[in-house]
Design a protein around this ligand. Structure first.
Ligand SMILES: Nc1nc2c(ncn2[C@@H]2O[C@H](COP(=O)(O)OP(=O)(O)OP(=O)(O)O)[C@@H](O)[C@H]2O)c(=O)[nH]1
Length: 204
């Protein structure tokens, strides 16, 4: 029997390179965050959206969507909100999630090319991963693809230790641990929209 997963979607970035909230961009008629959410629902028993600004997305996502409200720092000027970055957003979400499956599908909100069938195939393969692997991810020449892949919930202990020692890099944390590699990493599912140029390319 194949593994079950929960999904966590990260939707709390500054989108500074895009110049507007990436989660709200429309691709093929639907907001990016909604597209990612729908894919996650097709793959996972429970889906959580972790964000410091839940109110922005409440009308966008179906009623009953499970939000995890991430703590944020605010200066006097509300526009100067400081986010913590994806690693801390992930750790905060993992700490909140208390449901059963041991595997978490982690997704960024800016992935316009996700394919349910590919993700489901990967989920089926999770049962073959090594017991000591904290994650199963794609790996490319430049490193891991941390924001479209699978983590064991038990990685939280080590992740919190890494963060408490000042670590903020997915790549560095993953390199310190055992990680299995996903089969067929050549898919363009990992393409993410960081800049207006990325978006233009995707919409062509
Ligand atoms: N919950 C949460 N998600 C984050 C945070 N920072 C980034 N993300 C998400 O992580 C994914 C990748 O984000 P990046 O593109 O690296 O960063 P970004 O801040 O969104 O964009 P830039 O400002 O252009 O770097 C996106 O889904 C972001 O929404 C954060 O502090 N909290």
């Amino acid at each position: 029997m194949s593994e079950k997963v929960i999904a966590i979607i990260l939707a709390g970035g500054k989108s500074s390179r895009m110049g507007q909230d990436k989660a709200m961009l429309r691709v093929d008629g639907a907001h990016l965050l909604l597209r990612v959410y729908q894919v996650a629902v097709a793959c996972a028993d429970n889906v959580y959206v972790v964000t410091p600004w839940q109110e922005r997305y409440e009308d966008l996502l179906p009623v009953g969507c499970q939000f995890i409200r991430e703590a944020r720092y605010e200066g006097d000027d509300v526009k100067q909100v400081e986010t913590h970055g994806p690693l801390i957003g992930f750790a905060q979400a993992l700490a909140e999630v208390n449901v059963d499956p041991e595997w978490v599908l982690l997704l960024a909100c800016d992935l316009p090319n996700l394919e349910v069938e590919v993700l489901q195939g990967w989920i089926e393969g999770l049962e073959n991963s090594r017991a000591e692997a904290i994650a199963v991810l794609a790996k490319h020449e430049k490193g891991w693809e941390p924001l479209c892949g699978f983590y064991r919930k038990s990685c939280l202990l080590g992740l919190n230790k890494y963060i408490s020692e000042g670590g903020r890099s997915f790549q560095q944390w993953l390199d310190q641990n055992t990680v299995d590699i996903l089969p067929d990493c050549s898919t363009d599912m990992f393409f993410n929209c960081n800049t207006p140029e990325d978006l233009r390319r995707r919409l062509l």
